[in-house]
Design a protein around this ligand. Structure first.
Ligand SMILES: Cc1cc2nc3c(=O)[nH]c(=O)nc-3n(C[C@H](O)[C@H](O)[C@H](O)COP(=O)(O)O)c2cc1C
Length: 428
């Protein structure tokens, strides 16, 4: 029966968007349980090949070799792909639900919701809360899949967004742009929301695991390690961004080692999710080989039909050449990566003047010396007004050639992944 260890089940027909399963002998916690359509079916005997046949006929399953599912506690994503949260407005319920419907983890960004929903309440802070509630409800109406919320530590409304995500039953919170050291303190009695910090180094991962355990007796449900090829704000110094020393390929195994050791000591499982520059199915395969249990992808999802940004934002990726993807110094005191354009050129030429602060959105923003308001610049880009803002983007954004559906994208990623597996098998 050794063959099961290489077999995955992929549901067809009515279950095509949902789980399915996992590999036969790595059932772990689910040894006697299979989860389909988020419902658990108890299998009263250990998993055997007869059960495989039963499930196959009963649920119209077919065998395929593929990516392993991603387990985060009792959540199971049939594809190990998390769509990275992208503010301002780039990943809302539209993109998140489309990704969740294809078996990945869809993530709504909470950054900038106060501006996007400004007409919903008297203050920006209240509008953000209303906005997050509405986006979560919209996503829920469109999918049964896994929906998360991205909340950045650097935002002044961090606690509002975390509390709202938990209250509204978000499946998981991803939190970076600073170390979310107090995140578990927001969990309320009976809350099911999982917590996944985003880190850039093994040191940060270790520190965070230890702090959460010391203070809250809580172990992270997953950890995202984001390398320097990511889009948006980067957790690196400018000079580290292009150094091999800080590459994801180097950092990921270090994080996996630290996290696995901690998980073994605390008798739990903490999947490590790799982010930053993952663009193809082959990249996913390579990350899994380096010990990741899943990947987080942002840039690749921008050029999808379902991405919530204006078409001009997506087109900026398609029009960009490699030289157009540049590192900027953001007013919030961190480097970031973006597509070059007239707005950034005029910032460089010193043509932009310090602004007053209308939103008080980011804790570390240097309002007095800032040549522009980053919240407005990103909001304008989201709306397609690129002459008044700019598109954040990962190092691979220039590779985009077309706008496609999330379904197509997920299928291409899966088949690229299979192609690598086949190639390797043929060499054995
Ligand atoms: C347009 C854009 C906006 C982003 N905004 C956020 C954000 O608000 N919060 C965050 O934690 N990460 C943000 N990111 C990072 C992504 O969530 C993701 O981790 C990263 O982009 C992965 O690298 P990739 O783009 O090469 O796939 C953003 C990325 C992009 C491209």
């Amino acid at each position: 029966m050794a063959f099961e260890s290489r077999i995955f089940f992929v549901a067809t027909q009515q279950y095509s968007n949902d789980i399915v399963a996992t590999n036969g002998w790595e059932f772990g916690l689910y040894r006697n349980t299979i989860s389909i359509n988020r419902e658990k079916y108890l299998i009263n005997q250990p998993f055997t090949s007869e059960k495989v046949v039963y499930l196959r006929t009963h649920f119209k399953l077919k065998y395929t070799q593929g990516m392993k599912s991603l387990k985060i506690g009792d959540l199971i994503a049939s594809l190990p792909i998390v769509q990275g949260g992208m503010g301002v407005g780039i990943s809302l319920s539209g993109l998140a639900s489309a990704v969740a419907n294809e078996g990945g983890v869809g993530v709504i960004s909470s950054a900038g919701l106060g501006l996007i929903y400004k007409d919903k309440a008297k203050s920006v802070a209240e509008a953000a809360i209303e906005g997050l509630k509405e986006e979560l409800r919209k996503a829920r109406a469109k999918t049964e899949g896994i929906i998360g919320v991205n909340v950045m530590v650097a935002m002044t409304n961090f606690s509002d967004m975390v509390r709202t995500a938990i209250k509204e039953g978000a499946d998981i919170i991803f939190s970076g742009a600073g170390l979310p050291l107090n995140l578990p303190s927001f969990l309320t009695e009976g809350a099911k929301t999982k917590l996944a910090p985003i880190v850039s180094s093994a040191r940060a991962a270790k520190l965070l695991c230890e702090k959460w355990w010391q203070e809250y007796r809580y172990t992270p449900d997953a950890i995202v390690v984001e390398g320097p090829k990511a889009g948006g704000h980067l957790g690196y110094k400018k000079e580290q961004i292009f150094s091999e020393e800080y590459s994801l390929e180097k950092t990921l195994p270090e994080v996996v080692e630290v996290v696995n050791k901690f998980a073994a000591e605390h008798n739990c499982q903490i999947p490590v999710i790799a982010a930053g520059g993952v663009y193809t199915g082959e990249d996913i395969y390579n990350m899994m080989e380096l010990g990741a249990s899943g990947v987080q992808m942002g840039t690749r999802f921008v050029t999808t039909e379902e991405c919530d940004a204006d078409i001009a934002f997506k087109q900026a990726y398609i029009n960009a050449s490699q030289e157009d993807i540049e590192i900027i110094q953001s007013p919030v005191g961190m480097p970031g990566r973006a597509v070059r354009g007239s707005f950034l050129d005029s910032v460089k030429a010193g043509l932009k003047r310090p602004t007053h602060c209308a939103f008080n959105c980011i804790k570390t923003c240097d309002v007095v010396n800032s040549p522009y308001c980053i919240m407005l610049a990103l909001f304008n880009a989201f709306k397609g007004r690129l002459e008044h803002g700019y598109a954040f983007a990962g190092a691979n954004a220039w590779r985009a050639e077309k706008i496609e559906s999330v379904k197509n994208l997920m299928q291409s990623l899966s088949s690229e992944y299979h192609a690598v597996v086949e190639k390797i098998k043929s060499k054995l």
